[in-house]
Design a protein around this ligand. Structure first.
Ligand code: CP3
Length: 358
């Protein structure tokens, strides 16, 4: 017997809590963005920063993929780097990625940083969130997000994006006190930013530890874990689920679980069935298809996804279907449509309790 159909919001929240669902919810990291013609069109009129800071524009971009493809959840259109800009690091998004006007290199740079007020300095995110919540209605889930302390530290130390974050990695050895001092400044701001998004209507939040795979696990434990734990603990008091993303998921899994997220967002290097076997039954797994898969023909996308779902015995429990990282620019829109349909049309098994791992 099939489980009664749930609305997207209930399905998403049940999935985060590893409670029964009719099918897993589906959304994609970077589901709004450059691969969409509708986004490109708006970008001719607005800079990326404007799209983030003008609430009506952020509303429109947030809704574009929902209207076009019908994901179960929307994610607010913004960027993890906005809190750094609010701290006084002027930010530009260039062809080569984000660039700050200056980088944090020593303690005198640290004293140049402002102590922002999330409510005031990032208030445009909350305003956009309220607009999206109204437009989405009661039946779709809305996600807020933030970067992890270590990820934001890495961008601040580097002065923008970087292949290997060499300067940030070096600073962890040469000046750990400075790193901790910056993390101490970032943590309350990230916490307030997430709490503000929840107050403005987010059903759940995702924390991105995006480049965690570049750092020794020991440094993740020293320079991310305690700060992350404080943030997750503060969000947990609201009762809203936290999804924790880190690239290099498999090698960080034990440490990630120590932060007690409701869901772990996994990259694509190890299969979903392995994650399900490795995670406690109460922790959901989100993911984890290779974003490059979406460059194959639609029938191949469907085939790959069916194979992965079969490897889970068609059991939808504790599962949020997503990519293992963001949608790549140039991805055919038709394949994003197929990705969503493949989840909706798969013959998922009826709701029951998730198999305990032995
Ligand atoms: O749809 C969504 O997922 C919501 C919006 C969103 C963006 N960035 C929009 C964006 C989210 C959740 C992010 C998170 C983000 N931003 C992360 C964490 C996720 C990850 O990718 O690991 C990171 C590391 C950033 C920093 C960032 N922002 C980089 C490195 C870049 C340039 C490279 C790139 O992918 O474009 C951005 C720019 C950015 N953020 C764009 C978008 C839509 C492209 C802007 C444009 O050129 O129009």
């Amino acid at each position: 017997m099939n489980a009664p159909a749930l609305d997207s919001r209930r399905r998403f929240l049940n999935a985060c809590r590893a409670q029964p669902v009719d099918r897993p919810p589906v959304w994609l990291m970077r589901q709004a963005g450059r691969y969409m013609a509708a986004y490109q069109k708006l970008r001719q009129r607005y800079s990326f920063m404007d799209l983030c800071k003008i609430p009506e524009a952020a509303l429109e971009v947030t809704m574009q993929p929902i209207h076009a493809f019908g994901m179960d959840a929307a994610i607010i259109f913004s960027d993890i780097l906005m809190p750094l800009e609010a701290m006084g690091l002027p930010l530009q998004f260039t062809e080569a990625g984000p660039r700050f006007e200056w980088a944090v290199k020593d303690s005198s740079d640290l004293s140049r940083l402002r102590v922002p007020d999330a409510g005031k300095d990032l208030g445009y995110v909350a305003q956009a969130m309220r607009l999206v919540r109204k437009e989405l209605g009661e039946e779709k889930a809305l996600l807020g997000f933030a970067g992890s302390p270590m990820t934001l530290f890495a961008y601040a130390a580097e002065g923008g994006s970087s292949h290997h974050f060499n300067r940030a990695r070096a600073m962890m050895y040469s000046n750990p006190d400075l790193v901790h001092a910056l993390l101490d400044r970032l943590t309350p701001l990230i916490t307030d930013h997430l709490l503000m998004q929840i107050e403005a209507g987010a059903d759940a939040v995702q924390i991105f530890s995006s480049h965690a795979d570049l750092f020794p696990v020991e440094h993740y434990r020293r320079f991310n874990l305690p700060y992350l734990n404080a943030i997750v603990e503060a969000v947990a008091k609201t009762g809203k689920p936290v999804i924790l993303f880190a690239r290099g998921t498999w090698s960080l899994l034990e440490s990630m679980l120590e932060s007690r997220p409701q869901a772990v967002s996994a990259d694509w290097r190890v299969g979903l069935a392995e994650y399900r076997a490795a995670l406690p039954a109460s922790v959901a797994v989100q993911g984890n298809f290779d974003p490059a898969m979406l460059f194959a023909a639609p029938f191949r996308v469907r085939e790959e996804m069916t194979r992965a779902f079969n490897s889970l015995d068609g059991d939808p429990h504790g599962l949020i279907i997503n990519l293992g990282h963001g949608v790549l620019p140039g991805t055919p829109e038709e394949n994003v449509a197929e990705f969503v349909r493949a989840v909706k049309e798969y013959p998922w098994k009826a709701a029951g309790s998730r198999h305990e791992t032995v």
